[in-house]
Design a protein around this ligand. Structure first.
Ligand SMILES: *Cc1c(COP(=O)(O)O)cnc(C)c1O
Length: 398
């Protein structure tokens, strides 16, 4: 069956929440995808920073198949080896001592919000998040998200979330009340346009938390697991959170999320206070174990940093070559954005569409930035190919 037939069937049955590319994807390998018409794509989206080891990484696929043949699900009424191994890998490689497993980024943030509240209850419950942030689509995480477009029509939203202007420690401090329990932020805002938070700003946030007895929650759903060149983004910032959430790349495509914290804070969640039917499912956790082992293997993260330097240099050349369209490069590791000029922004959607036609997948984040989140195994040749296609598309716009 061809793309056209799949698309027509798809458009008949789904609620229209997605604006999808006109392709039905049927196969993936490494940084490549193939659609139902047999067209090949170079994938610089990686399922939105999910398939960090590339599509169908053999070691992950093998682990999934092995676990699917042994045990798929028993619920969290029992211990299961893959879940335990994954949790051990997460705590032995982070600040955290304890893990709660769930199925997605929003659920990991829900768990973090619930933990922050129960730890601080009854008088403190309010969370300060940042303007421009993205934390998920459940009602509480959408309330935490600092972008009004995600709120519209869903009011009344859960209470207890306020948003501080981006970049200003004073703005955060002004929002602190006797009810504040935590500050929630992404170390680098992904969805709103690959916007890094300065190290000094993050350090100021940490010190505000310490002075006021607030918990610092880092949403590393997108930045975590090697994406920025270290296992977790916080490691490069000299700032350690009290709670951290993970999801996207954790299962290299299988749905799994995690909320991590210290012994002291974790003690606030006791038997029956939180749960997830599928959370830490053995098959997804078995995939997660392989993901962690590969990310932690010798030289893997160094290679991510080296490819990042190469990619940044190439993107800077593009920005210099097309100053009317692009004004600069930002981001970290392999979470990079080419910032467009006002003229470039007008063409943003068209650039993404033309890249798709050229067989390269990217997206337009925060209505101002072309976002590149390739699998971390991307090669320099693949980066060169993307750059050359980008120039082809930009040439047409000049
Ligand atoms: C993607 C994302 C989420 C939401 O994750 P889901 O798995 O879609 O629920 C939350 N926070 C950040 C920073 C994200 O990038």
């Amino acid at each position: 069956m061809k793309n056209a037939t799949w698309i027509q069937r798809s458009e008949t049955v789904f609620i229209g929440t997605y604006n999808r590319f006109p392709a039905a994807m049927v196969r993936g390998s490494g940084c490549c995808l193939w659609d139902a018409d047999g067209k090949k794509y170079l994938d610089f989206l990686a399922g939105i920073a999910v398939c960090s080891l590339g599509h169908c990484h053999p070691q992950v696929t093998e682990a999934i198949c092995r676990q699917a043949g042994a045990l798929v699900h028993v619920s969290n009424l029992f211990h299961t080896p893959p879940q335990i191994e994954l949790a051990e890998l997460l705590v032995s490689n982070s600040f955290a001592d304890r893990v709660f497993m769930c199925n997605s980024g929003a659920e990991a943030n829900e768990a973090a919000i619930k933990l922050a509240r129960i730890h601080s209850s009854p008088e403190r419950y309010e969370i300060i998040a940042l303007a421009g942030s993205f934390h998920g689509r459940t009602l509480a995480t959408v309330a935490a998200t600092g972008q009004p477009k995600f709120h519209q029509g869903f009011e009344p939203l859960p209470q207890g979330f306020v948003h501080a202007e981006f970049g200003s420690p004073q703005a955060i401090e002004q929002l602190i009340s006797p009810h504040t329990c935590a500050i929630l932020c992404e170390p680098l805002q992904g969805e709103s346009g690959v916007r890094p938070l300065d190290t000094e700003y993050l350090q100021a946030i940490r010190s505000i938390c310490d002075r006021h007895g607030l918990l610092l929650i880092f949403d590393e759903v997108q930045t975590g697991l090697g994406r920025t060149g270290s296992l977790f983004a916080y490691e490069q910032l000299g700032v350690t959170p009290d709670i951290m959430t993970l999801a996207k790349a954790l299962g290299n495509g299988l749905p799994i999320g995690a909320m991590l914290t210290t012994d002291r804070i974790a003690a606030s969640l006791t038997v029956g206070s939180h749960a997830s039917t599928f959370g830490g499912n053995p098959v997804a956790a078995a995939a997660g174990v392989e993901v962690l082992k590969i990310l932690l293997s010798d030289g893997f993260l160094d290679a991510v940093q080296e490819k990042s330097r190469y990619f940044v240099a190439q993107l800077e050349t593009v920005a210099a070559q097309y100053p009317h369209l692009a004004s600069g490069v930002r981001g970290a590791g392999l979470l990079l954005g080419l910032v467009l000029t006002d003229r470039g922004i007008e063409e943003g959607a068209a650039i993404v569409q033309q890249m798709f036609e050229e067989g390269v997948l990217i997206n337009f984040a925060g209505n101002r930035v072309l976002r590149f989140v390739p699998p971390l195994i991307v090669t320099k040749e693949e980066i060169d190919e993307l750059i050359s296609k980008l120039c082809t598309v930009f040439d047409r716009l000049t």
